[in-house]
Design a protein around this ligand. Sequence first.
Ligand code: AMP
Length: 413
Amino acid sequence: MSFEKLNLSPSILKALKAEGYTQPTPIQEQSIPVILERKDLLGCAQTGTGKTAAFALPILHLLDSDRTKQAARKEIRALILTPTRELAIQISESFEAYGKHTSLKHLVIFGGVSAFNQINSLRSGTDILVATPGRLLDLMAQKAINLQHIQLFVLDEADRMLDMGFINDVKKVIAKLPAKRQTLLFSATMPSEIAGLANSILRNPSKVEVTPVSSTAEKISQSVYPVDKKDKASLLLHLLDNKEMENILVFTRTKFGADKLAKLLNRANVSADAIHGNKSQNARQKALTNFKSGAIRVLVATDIAARGIDVEELKYVINFELPNQPETYVHRIGRTGRAGNSGTAISFCDLEEQEYLRDINKITSQTIPVVDNHPYFVVGRAMTHAPAKPAANKGKNAKRRPFRPKKKAFASN
Ligand code: AMP
C-alpha cells in the first residue's frame, strides 16, 4: 500500500516524500480512509506506531480543501489535546513537517511557560491548535481561544490523561466544543473510564487497533554499556574499531551534542555527519543520502531529525545518550531490525541516566543486559552520590542502582 492510494493531496505527498516515508504504517492505513470520510474514530494505539501522522495527514488534507469563511478567517478548526508538553511539541512538529506545502497554520500551547507569546500568536489566527488541557482551559477562560468553529477534535493518549488526573479538564474542554464535529480518540489501553468517555463523545465510531510498539524490540539484540559521561566518545571510538560495524546510527539528546560528536568522529578519521532540527532541509537530506549510500559510516541524529530515518538493513543503533522519554528508546532502536532483519542496539548509560534506563526497562518489560567487559566500564559510581548517612538510606540507594556488577573488571580512566 502506498500513500498515493490513500488519496492524500499532492502537497502532503510531497512532504511525506521529504520525510522519507515510503508506506503507511498499519494505523495510518486503517485510520486515514476513515477520517477522510469524516467519520469518528476510536483508535487503540500508542506512541511509536505512526499514530500522529494517522490523524495529522487527513486533518491537513481536510482543512486544506476547506473553503468556508472560517477557513479564510483562520479560525481554529482542528484541536488536538494531548497530555504532555513534549507530546504537544512533537505533534506540532509533525504538523509542521507534513503541512509545510499547505497554507495551513498551526500553533502549540502548553503550560509551564509564559502565556504572553501564546496569546499573541493566537491573535493572528490559526487553523490547527495543539494543546495540553490546563493551558487550554486557562486561555479559554481569558477569552484568548474560541472553540466554536472546531470541525475536528483529537483526544490523544486518553489513558495517560486519565492517569495524570486530566480527565475532568478534558471533559470541561469537550463541553465547549460544537456538538457537530468529528472526534478522533486515541488510547493505548481502554480502561472503563476511557471506554465510557469514548461512548459519550464519539458517534458511531470506526475502531482501529494496532499492536504496541514494544514488540518491535524482539528482533533487536539490546545491551547497555555503563560508562562515565566523559568516556563516552572514547567508548564509541573503541566500538568503531570493529570494522564489521558498517553503518551506525548514533543518537544524542541535543543538536549541539550531535554536531560536536560528528566533528570529533571526523577528527578521528571516522566519516560522520549530523542531522538535527537546526540544519537546513538540504543539509539533512544530504547527510541522510550519504548515510544511506554508505558514503559516511556514522550518522549522528537527534530525535527530532530521526523522524523518517528509514535506512534499509541498518544493523546498528547506538544511544550515545539515553532518551528521557522511554517511548523514544523504542522508536530509536526500531530504526534497526526492520522488515524482519535483525539489529543491534547499544546504549551508553552514565550515572545520571540510570533513571531513564529504569523507565525503559519498565515500559519494554525487560532488563536490558549490561555489558561490563569493555575498557570504559564504570563501577560503583553511584557511591559518589551516597547520602551522608549511608546506612539509613542503604535500601533506597541500592534500589536506585540498576548496575550491580559483581567484579571490578575495569577501572574507568
Ligand atoms: P508516532 O507514533 O506518531 O510517535 O510516530 C513514531 C515514529 O514513526 C516517528 O518518528 C515518525 O516520524 C515515524 N513515522 C510515522 N509514520 C511513518 C511512516 N509511514 N514511515 C516511516 N516512519 C514513520
